[in-house]
Design a protein around this ligand. Structure first.
Ligand code: HEM
Length: 125
């Protein structure tokens, strides 16, 4: 069984991303980065990406093509402060899933590394 199935499939990733975006919606640093008024489409893209990454259906790439996530984040300012805010909301979201410790660690380690990788400016202001 792959990780996607082991953690409960798509509903688990939907819950993760819903919890995450509930935090983003109220975040004064992150919310202005999102170009659309409705965060729903952005939440859908992140959900489909994570589903695909962990071994679920490849709907993300069918709709969006190759992820190229660093390139897709280039238009947005992702400095250390944005990364830490992103990780704060993501940590709360991962915790809300109540996964067994090994699954929690696997998911969190990936998200933390991915967030560090997405930083595109070291400028703190
Ligand atoms: C898109 C911010 C990290 C996955 C976006 C967008 C913003 C953003 C503003 C555009 C919203 C939209 O989709 O319309 C950030 C910030 C991060 C971060 C501030 C802090 C480190 C990550 C990480 C991942 C990720 C770590 C993956 C694990 C995605 C995906 C999209 C996206 C899949 C949609 C790409 C597309 O198909 O267009 N992000 N992001 N992001 N982000 Fe992030």
């Amino acid at each position: 069984m792959n990780f996607f199935d082991a953690v409960g499939g798509e509903p688990t990733f939907r819950k993760l991303v819903d919890e995450f975006y509930a935090g983003v919606a109220t975040d004064p640093l992150l919310r202005p980065l999102y170009p659309e008024e409705d965060l729903g489409p952005a939440a859908e893209r992140l959900t489909l990406f994570l589903v695909q990454y962990w071994g679920g259906p490849n709907t993300y790439s069918a709709q969006r093509g190759h992820p190229r996530l660093r390139m897709r984040h280039a238009p947005f300012r992702v400095g250390p402060a944005e990364r830490d805010a992103w990780l704060l909301h993501m940590r709360r979201a991962v915790d809300s899933l109540d996964l067994p410790p090994d699954q929690h660690a696997t998911l969190w380690d990936y998200l933390e590394r991915a967030a560090y990788f997405m930083v595109n400016t070291m400028d703190d202001g």
